[in-house]
Ligand binder design. Structure first.
Ligand code: SF4
Ligand code: SF4
Length: 295
């Protein structure tokens, strides 16, 4: 039975990536990792994937006018509500929304839609097993579509490798990419930090999980930076009848480990290590529980 664990934070800067990389080490094989933060991927800094396959991601289409066929009738320009067709009947690639209307109104069949390479996705191998990751091109939209692609490919890879678990590094926020990273997941783990913004972002991302009926559990990273807020987060989690997984203390060794391209677990003992090990054992218990409820 394969499970998909999505790790979210609701916002950047919570230390989620270092936790995920540590979990990947602790999982000890039979794991596929998927980095779904396609706008600003950073898991590769710690897992250092060796790319085995690189694929283009076609995220959209743009209109293209064949000026040899074009009679300059102006119909396409009149109908384009995005004013993407200039007086010289060339298409402004930044303005074109790819709606395709100009193709239909052109009496000369001079317009066609061309694929746009909006980014790339990769199949790689890391010291913790296979990994699927991606990078969206600068200024490109459709990150939700690319996230769906990364998830689909990670499932294919997990089936092929007979892996038990896919661990998904989810994007920040609560928008379309987060929804794409959550859909059909077995469970979400939300990493938060003890601050007012951490608390608000946690509530927002919990609402998304609830809406999509994804079981969610919560942990606080660097909890001792504000123990009052840590307690408030813990209380909120329990009020909402969710599992509170635990807390990880602030540890300057986490940054030192990252600078060396290592996880906290690999770098050696420090205040954060015990907390992370404890979190992982709680997560494993929840994953085992998912198996239990389905059998
Ligand atoms: S595809 Fe749509 S947005 Fe693009 S040029 Fe044609 S009508 Fe305008
Ligand atoms: S509708 Fe077709 S023929 Fe007319 S200006 Fe546009 S591309 Fe040219």
């Amino acid at each position: 039975m394969m499970n998909e664990l999505v790790i979210l934070s609701g916002k950047g800067g919570t230390g989620k990536t270092s936790l995920i990389a540590s979990f990947a080490v602790l999982a000890g094989g039979s794991l596929v990792t998927a980095d779904c933060d396609v706008d600003a991927p950073d898991l590769h800094f710690l897992l250092q994937p060796q790319i085995q396959e690189k694929h283009e991601f076609i995220g959209s289409k743009l209109a293209s006018i064949d000026l040899d066929l074009c009679s300059r009738c102006g119909l396409c320009s009149e109908h384009c509500r995005f004013e993407a067709i200039g007086d010289d009947f060339t298409v402004d690639g930044l303005a074109c929304e790819g709606c395709g209307l100009c193709v239909h109104v052109c009496p000369q069949c001079a317009v066609s839609m061309k694929d746009v390479v909006s980014g790339h996705w990769f199949r790689s191998i890391t010291r913790c097993g296979p990994m699927v990751h991606a990078r969206l091109g600068f200024g490109e939209a459709n990150s939700g579509k690319l996230v769906s692609k990364v998830r689909q490919e990670s499932r294919n890879l997990a089936e092929h490798a007979r892996a038990d678990l896919i661990m998904v590094d989810g994007p920040p926020g609560i928008g379309c990419p987060v929804i794409a990273s959550l859909s059909g997941a077995s469970m979400a783990v939300i990493v938060t930090e003890p601050s007012i913004s951490g608390l608000h972002d946690l509530e927002r991302v919990l609402d998304v999980c609830l809406h999509f009926d994804i079981p969610a559990a919560v942990c606080v990273n660097r909890y001792d930076l504000d123990v009052t807020f840590s307690s408030r987060i813990q209380s909120l989690t329990r009020q909402r009848d969710l599992v509170f997984l635990g807390r990880v203390p602030y540890d300057p060794g986490v940054t030192r480990a990252m600078v060396h391209g290592q996880t906290v677990i690999e770098r050696g003992r420090g205040p954060a290590e015990d907390g992370i090990r404890q979190l992982w054992s709680e997560i494993q218990a929840l994953i085992d529980g998912l198996h239990g409820t389905e059998t």
